[in-house]
Design a protein around this ligand. Sequence first.
Ligand SMILES: O=c1[nH]cnc2c(CCNCC3CCCCC3)c3[nH]c(NCc4cccs4)nc3cc12
Length: 373
Amino acid sequence: MTTRFSFQLGATDGKARSGVIDTPRGAIRTPAFMPVGTAATVKAMMPESVAATGADILLGNTYHLMLRPTAERIDRLGGLHRFMNWSKPILTDSGGFQVMSLASLRKLTEEGVTFKSHIDGSKHHLSPERSMEIQRLLGSDIVMCFDECPALPADRDRIAASMRLSMRWAARSREAFGDRPGHALFGIQQGGLERDMREESAEALKAIGFEGYAIGGLAVGEGQEAMFECLDYAPEMLPVDRPRYLMGVGKPDDIVGAVKRGVDMMDCVLPSRSGRTGQVFTRHGVLNIKNARHQDDPRPLDEQCTCPACRNYSRAYLHHVFRSQEIISSMLLTWHNLHYFQELMQGMREAIGGGRFDAWEAEFHAQRAEGDI
Ligand SMILES: O=c1[nH]cnc2c(CCNCC3CCCCC3)c3[nH]c(NCc4cccs4)nc3cc12
């Protein structure tokens, strides 16, 4: 345990790196996948189950929690860790990304964003200052700058204007964050798919100085090829000795490609959200348990998986409880998917540590059949 926040770089293998982020609430092994706990819960999971999958950190959702039950109420009740019974590190997003995708009647100005709640229509505002206050009230260990993520495709002028606004907001976020030992503020690089804009953004963030740096503005519809092309240069623009967090990624092959290119942390709703829709991730590829072909299949989802779903239940059973819309269906499929994503990260951490990432990646791709399994 430590009272400080620090990142120890461990092994490197090509551009891939493994390491450990030390925080007062525990260590985060990198490369790390962060499950999303939207409304103070990873849906269909008890916190101890999330920990059992191997997650060292989870994401809290500023936009949802500021609307309901409000950050002030969570603060009065002892903070988000106490509230949701998760004692390990929590990273909270700034709320900005979700406002742009969920709220209505949004008004964006230099100052910030005003909007109406998608829950009850009440009026709210977010700004760098208000976002820092909310994330402080929640008690999160890693705080994200308030930024603007432009939808792609966008022309260069739009990308430049949006990136420069985000850099001004990054400076205001740093100022408002204040001096909080043991807590971290991460800046977010913007710039779309424009190399020079990414460079300008990285320089602006480094001049301000952050405990970690996120790569934003990706996984917003550009496609995997364009994302990887950007990741072929963007991570190296950021300080080598600080964590690099690629936001909103992704499918297993996105994650592997990002780690290969020097990314340390990722978050995505995919394993939890898709689990509730019957989509199952395995080392051999993806299947949907809803498909009638599973109704008599006595085999587990994945013979080599050690999660509770694979140890104790057949595909036939999981098909039945999904079709019957039983609550246990979401529990078991979410657990399995989160377990698989953590197994993927553990496999890469070990491979990088052993200098055999390329062999591990080749095996990862070789095992995955095309289509359903
Ligand atoms: O530049 C960005 N700035 C800030 N956030 C971004 C996010 C949200 C990351 N997950 C937050 C979580 C907080 C807790 C609740 C769940 C989200 C992104 N997500 C994606 N792609 C996945 C996408 C998800 C939805 C549309 S695209 N690209 C992103 C780019 C940015």
